[in-house]
Design a protein around this ligand. Structure first.
Ligand code: NDP
Length: 322
């Protein structure tokens, strides 16, 4: 039987932003409910080594870091619910959110921390072969390519990190980038260029992922030069797409102001959105920094902003009653 819940602070999303908001809101005695989705932990659960999260001199693992954040949030008094919010009404307070399993949440404030998801090339062959040789997660699927040749598409930190990770399993990794320089940080670029198992193809886009059969497999990649249009084919067994992310904001469309790519707009100095009482933290509102530590920091800000909002609202109610 679906239940109804009431909370001063409903946090939607279980990455660094959501968990940090939960830790701060719980410590402030706001009894937050965190709706964690079905695979809590966000993007750090599909990464491996984390060496830039402050406080850890040794390399730590992304999934471990997220387990620690979840445990800390719960230890502070957060109620974590493993469900997905599918409907939301931000037009009046208390705000109402309905989950996939028909649970109803009423909240005085909401922290949106739904993060961002991997983008795809959106070509027909990719759709057909996704999960059958085409992946967006090297740490999830790299193991299947032991001794095989693979390609990574993209030129950012994710693409470079995935290419380096894949050399643990694959016989050779080809990084395919649409320009002649990488967006990835210098330290990552240096590691990539120093790795003898990686080669880079510059100035090419994916024309088609080749493969098929039953069960379907990938057996190659047809690339096209961005200026000459010339095509070339590579024989390989797996393709990892690492071309950035899209914010997970579909359910908030039309209810809270967003930019043209769907990132939630916050007021600049704090995490307030266009709806009073609704705050946004982490990658869902950040197209620039997108780091675990910046997401965590904005989660902290959102909880403090929600706390301030609630104390103002309580004062207004008290004044009105007087
Ligand atoms: P980015 O947006 O940084 O990079 C996306 C890459 O994909 C770019 O090189 C872009 O090309 C390319 N691309 C985009 N669309 C297409 C397309 N349709 N076809 C071909 N190529 C395409 O995303 P990332 O996921 O790499 O990184 C996101 C953020 O996370 C960044 O801020 C990054 O620094 C951070 N990050 C940090 C890590 C760390 O510190 N350990 C690890 C991973 C990510 P172009 O360059 O031409 O635009």
């Amino acid at each position: 039987m679906p239940q109804a819940h009431r909370t001063p602070v409903l946090i939607i999303g279980a990455g660094p932003a959501g968990y940090t908001a939960a830790i701060y809101a719980a410590r402030a005695g706001l009894q937050p409910i965190l709706v964690a989705g079905l695979q809590p932990g966000g993007q750090l659960t599909i990464t491996t080594d984390v060496e830039n999260y402050p406080g850890f001199a040794e390399v730590i693992q992304g999934p471990w870091l997220m387990e620690q954040m979840a445990a800390q949030a719960e230890a502070m008094g957060t109620r974590a619910i493993h469900d997905i919010i599918t409907e939301i009404d931000l037009s009046r307070r208390p705000f109402v959110a309905i989950s996939d399993s028909a649970e109803r949440f009423e909240a005085d404030t909401i922290v949106i921390a739904t993060g961002a998801s991997a983008r795809w090339l959106e070509i027909p062959s990719e759709r057909v072969l996704r999960g059958a040789g085409v992946s967006a997660c090297a740490t999830c699927d790299g193991f299947f390519y032991r001794g095989k040749a693979v390609a990574v598409i993209g030129g950012g930190n994710t693409a470079v990190e995935e290419a380096i990770y894949l050399t643990r399993h694959a016989s050779h990794v080809t990084l395919v980038h649409r320009r002649d320089s990488l967006r990835a940080e210098r330290v990552m670029r240096e590691r990539l260029f120093a790795n003898p198992k990686i080669s880079v193809i510059w100035d090419h886009e994916v024309d088609e992922i080749l493969g098929g059969g039953t069960p379907a497999v990938v057996d190659g990649l047809r690339l096209q030069h961005v200026r000459t249009g010339e095509k070339r084919t590579l024989a390989l067994d797996g393709v990892f797409v690492a071309i950035g992310h899209t914010p997970n904001t579909m359910i908030f469309e039309g209810q809270v102001e967003m930019d043209r790519d769907g990132y939630i707009l916050t007021s600049g100095g704090n995490t307030a959105t266009s709806v009073p009482g609704v705050f946004a933290a982490g990658d869902v509102q950040d197209r620039i920094y997108r780091q675990a530590v910046t997401a965590a920091a904005s989660g902290c800000m959102a909880a403090l902003d929600a706390e301030k909002f609630l104390s103002h609202a309580a004062r207004e109610v008290a004044v009105a009653a007087y």
